[in-house]
Design a protein around this ligand. Structure first.
Ligand code: SF4
Ligand code: SF4
Length: 744
């Protein structure tokens, strides 16, 4: 509230546009407004016919939301559930405003089958028969399936089973799984492809280290307990990132390594902890094996060598080691955004080793969280929906696990190992894959993360797609099934803290003849004569999962509906925020393994295999620099840059931010490029994109890096003006990119 000339106004401090005010468009001000003065623009006058509780499908935090649905089965509002253990009443711009695609009129309404080169409407039976016939001719390693992180656990389980059992192929993956290395090192050490702690215990961590991750945009609510604890003065935050991201404003210490050198930097921290006597040797001796071998691997990680390789001053490395190892319970969150290819597995091994070395695992406020993308990415790891593993965190290389699943499913499990989803599309481009099933759409199909995906699809003989909307994928498909979106499905998602949560049917657009991917996969498998796909719905599929995935033992649909908090609200004559009015029966989900610890911690007494298996770690030197692009562009985004007021212009009915870009360079690089402070310059990245701005010199940026920070308001305006039905699903990640700078 601001008071101006005797009038009380609701607004930003100086009456600025929200785009320039540091607003992150979380919508919390709307949710707490008791009188409706603040409300969503869309559906402003809509009254709900009913409300339904489900889970946000935009990121792995898995916020529990209450959705308002109107008489026409349109979802008109999303309100984060005040007492849900996953989000405690919080949400972000994606979850609060990103559901609109459910109501979009551009949905695919009927199955389509390609006849005489044209996609034509068909009945479900015709489409299923066409898919079964086309796929039956291309079984084995000529087949691949790409699932989606918005798929439920039941769909992901069915997807990998379809590939392995119905098609005899191990080429199955999830579109978001472009960096499995960040969980592989955890599985190597602890036994699971998963983090060890919960989101909200981060509020009780004495120290948090966030490595190369853009929490505010990608796992937003995870940042909330961290910011609160930092503001309260109970937590020290270390950010390791070459980009400037929102959390760097909260950091006690911001380390800016050369992009891709994070594993070396963590190795330097570990060596520093060992050399300074900060390691918790009682914990190490009791709970881990492989310590001596690990320490031997750290020989090259001297402070001087690590500082030279990463560009981070030695004293900052020492300071970070002291904070992480010596403050009390410490958490380590990592995304590997700037890491390169195979170095991510080393990164996650380093993360696990740091946690074990300091005793920061298995106790409240301590642990590790891998920051992957995708609402149900964890479900993909749990269900074995990728080539490296089988359901239940078993490696595909384990012959006894392959035998066990072969016996359960009635067919031998293929053992061909596909090195990842990027290589899968490369194989398709080379003709090694002839047929694919693509479940849904994803930003990685268009942003280059997985290479030339459309080129790969063009090279296929046969493509089956499930999709809610027409896309570049459906244009190329031979059979298209109209897919239900998350709000129309029943099933489960597993969030970043291993919480298996019920996803409930929120709305159903009766004019669209859509089905879930689970129904499609089962119908096609059945038409092909494959056994084991006759579940009568997601609840029965979940029962099979609970039988074959030991971590899900004890989880059933009925139990998930019973696991709830009954919140008693006091009646009041005063106006109440919608959040307060809606909280009641809060479905809490169940963390796997069920019943092992009270507060959701993994490994309180023992690791999966008893002791933690510390892994050898290697030194990864910087990749060779392409002389055409000698710098790395570290593009970050923040909510606000104090002291730099942007220009806000109005285009149509929308505000837009305009401001001069600043390229921050180490003076040595600026001199090499014949640039000085304030010079106009252009930065061109290897993908051909060009930006213009002015040069700012700073020793804080390591040599070889050009740092660029843009405003979140620019992204918000871009998403708001997008004409895509589902713009939140198309926000590209801020990766470091090879670049060159030149005067203009
Ligand atoms: S940050 Fe959230 S609560 Fe604050 S003004 Fe923006 S939308 Fe409202
Ligand atoms: S933090 Fe993630 S799960 Fe929560 S509202 Fe945002 S996108 Fe949805």
């Amino acid at each position: 509230m601001t008071e101006r000339a005797g009038q009380v106004l609701v607004g930003t401090v100086m009456g600025d546009s929200l785009l320039e005010s540091g607003c992150e468009f979380c919508g919390a001000c709307i949710d707490v407004c008791p009188v409706g003065a603040l409300t969503e623009t869309a559906y402003k006058w809509e009254r709900p016919a009913r409300v339904e509780q489900s889970v946000c499908a935009e990121c792995p935090v898995g916020c529990t939301m209450t959705y308002e649905v109107n008489h026409w089965e349109r979802v008109v509002r999303a309100v984060p559930e005040l007492n849900a253990p996953s989000n405690m009443g919080q949400a972000c711009f994606k979850g609060k405003f990103g559901f609109e695609y459910v109501n979009d009129k551009r949905r695919i309404r009927k199955p389509l089958v390609r006849r005489d080169g044209e996609l034509q409407e068909a009945s479900w039976d015709e489409a299923i028969a066409a898919a079964a016939e086309g796929l039956a001719q291309r079984k084995g390693s000529a087949f691949a399936l790409m699932a989606n992180p918005r798929n439920t656990n039941e769909e992901l389980y069915a997807a990998q089973k379809f590939a392995r059992v119905a098609m005899g192929s191990n080429a199955v993956d999830v579109a978001s799984n472009d960096r499995p290395g960040i969980v592989e090192g955890l599985q190597d050490t602890f036994g699971y492809f998963a983090g060890t702690m919960t989101t909200w215990e981060l509020a009780d961590s004495a120290a948090v280290m966030v490595v190369s991750a853009n929490l505010t945009e990608e796992q937003n609510v995870v940042g909330v307990p961290i910011k609160r604890a930092v503001r309260a003065g109970t937590q020290q935050l270390i950010v390791i990132d070459s980009r400037e991201v929102e959390l760097t404003r909260y950091a006690s210490l911001w380390l800016r390594p050369y992009p891709g050198t994070d594993p070396v930097l963590l190795g330097g921290l570990l060596r520093c902890i060992v050399d300074s006597g900060l390691a918790d040797m009682e914990f190490v001796n009791e709970r881990a094996e492989g310590w001596d071998e690990l320490v031997a691997c750290l020989a090259p990680f001297t402070l001087e060598a690590v500082a030279a390789e990463t560009g981070v001053p030695a004293e900052q490395i020492e300071q970070a080691a002291r904070i992480y190892a010596g403050s009390g319970p410490a958490a380590l969150l990592f995304g590997g955004d700037s890491s390169i290819g195979g170095t991510r597995r080393t990164l996650s091994r380093m993360v696990a080793a740091l946690a074990v070395a300091t005793g920061n695992v298995g106790k409240h406020g301590a642990g590790v969280l891998p920051l992957y993308q995708g609402a149900n990415a964890q479900g993909g790891f749990d269900m074995g929906t990728w080539a490296a593993s089988l359901p239940g965190h078993h490696l595909l290389d384990e012959a006894d696990a392959r035998e066990r699943f072969g016996a359960l499913w009635g067919v031998p499990v293929p053992d061909e190992r596909n090195p990842g989803n990027r290589s899968l599309f490369a194989r398709a481009r080379e003709g090694g894959i002839k047929a694919m099933v693509m479940l849904g759409d994803h930003v990685h199909y268009e942003d280059g993360t997985l290479g030339d995906v459309m080129g790969a699809l063009d090279a296929l003989e046969f493509l089956v797609a499930t999709s809610a909307f027409p896309s570049e994928i459906t244009e190329r498909a031979h059979v298209v099934f109209p897919a239900e979106v998350w709000a129309e499905k029943t099933g489960t998602y597993t969030n970043i803290e291993r919480r298996v949560q019920p996803l409930r049917k929120v709305a159903k657009n009766k004019r669209i003849d859509s089905r879930s991917d689970l129904e499609v996969l089962c119908a096609v498998a059945g038409a092909m004569g494959a056994q084991g796909f006759s579940w009568n719905g997601p609840a029965q599929a979940l029962d099979e999962i609970a039988q074959v995935v030991p971590e899900y033992a004890g989880i059933s649909w009925e139990r998930l509906l019973r696991e709830r908090l009954d919140i008693v609200t006091t009646p009041s004559d005063e106006p109440q925020p919608t959040q307060v009015m809606y909280t009641g029966n809060v479905l809490t989900g169940l963390q796997w393994p069920v019943g092992v610890s009270d507060d959701g911690e993994l490994f309180v007494d023992r690791f999966r295999h008893g002791k933690a298996r510390l892994q050898p770690v290697a030194w990864h030197s910087r990749p060779e620099v392409d002389p055409q692009f000698p710098l790395m562009l570290a593009h970050g985004r923040v909510l606000l840059e104090p002291g730099r007021k942007p220009n806000v212009t109005v285009v149509g009915k929308r505000n837009r931010i305009e401001r001069e870009e600043r390229f921050v360079l180490n003076p040595a690089d600026a001199a090499a490029a014949r640039l000085g402070e304030g010079d106009a310059a252009s930065v061109t990245t290897a993908d051909g994109a060009e930006r213009r701005g002015v040069v700012v010199l700073s020793d804080a940026v390591p040599a070889g890096v050009v740092s660029l920070t843009t405003l979140f308001g620019e992204l918000a305006a871009e998403v708001d003006s997008s004409d895509r039905p589902d713009p939140m699903n198309h926000i590209a990640r801020l990766n470091a990119a090879p670049a060159r700078i030149a005067p203009v």
